[in-house]
Design a protein around this ligand. Structure first.
Ligand SMILES: [Mg+2]
Length: 238
């Protein structure tokens, strides 16, 4: 990426600009509290919390959260069966409603992210392309105090495309008035972010906090922390 001028820098949200693991843990704890401990009297609270955490990370729940094609409603029999099979004795629709509501109250950018956006905003168009529920992601961005740095925000459930469909990045580029050649996309997911960037022909920065960059796929840069992008873009201008 050295020497290349990007007009627009687009970011994934969860795990890239705000802390997703902490938000999930917070929302699981809150949703269990709201429904009362009697929901699963046989399970130790810590075991229940761990089971629910695994449940909200499963594909079926993640599909709802992203509005991926074919997602099944939270209160469907399909979803209730997944809860039951996981040993979680909770009404799936009510629980997931409370879970997403609690999730919307948690927005926490990792250290250095706001400094990065302040710095990039001087000479780039800044956008977010997120797989998520519109009201949830918007509330979290307000909570994280990130809204003021954004020139555009594209959320899958609001636009009808989800990453890895390149259409969602193409929409963001139209809003940014940029092209694949002048756009950089930054994200932490292989299946959603990296694949969407590849399909759209956009340069990709791969974020992996654990430093495991073994997954194959195109990228112009690998970083453990999004905030470190600042020094790379700075050196590019020097
Ligand atoms: Mg992510």
């Amino acid at each position: 990426m050295k020497g290349k001028k990007y007009k627009a820098i687009l970011f994934d949200l969860d795990g890239t600009l705000i802390n997703y693991d902490a938000a999930q843990k917070y929302a699981v704890t809150r949703a269990i509290e709201q429904l009362g401990k009697s929901i699963s009297p046989d399970l130790e609270p810590k075991v229940l919390e761990q089971n629910v955490l695994e449940l909200v990370s499963c594909d079926a729940v993640q599909d709802i959260e992203a509005c991926r094609p074919g997602w099944m409603p939270a209160d469907s029999k399909y979803m209730q069966d997944i809860f039951t099979d996981a040993g979680v004795n909770l009404p799936s629709g009510l629980f997931l409603n409370n879970y997403f509501e609690a999730m919307s109250q948690h927005g926490e950018p990792p250290p250095g992210v706001i400094d990065l956006l302040v710095s990039l905003k001087k000479d780039h168009t800044i956008g977010i392309v997120s797989n998520g529920l519109g009201p949830v992601q918007r509330k979290r961005l307000v909570k994280a105090e990130l809204m003021e740095y954004l020139d555009l925000l594209v959320v899958s459930c609001e636009v009808g495309y989800a990453k890895p469909d390149p259409a969602i990045l193409q929409l963001a580029m139209r809003l940014a008035d940029s092209t694949p050649e002048t756009t950089l996309f930054v994200g932490d997911s292989i299946g959603s972010d990296m694949r969407a960037a590849e399909a759209a022909g956009v340069d990709f920065v791969f974020i992996q906090p654990d430093g495991d960059f073994s997954s194959p796929g195109s990228r112009v840069l690998e970083l453990r922390k999004t905030a470190d992008l600042k020094s790379f873009l700075r050196s590019r201008h020097s």
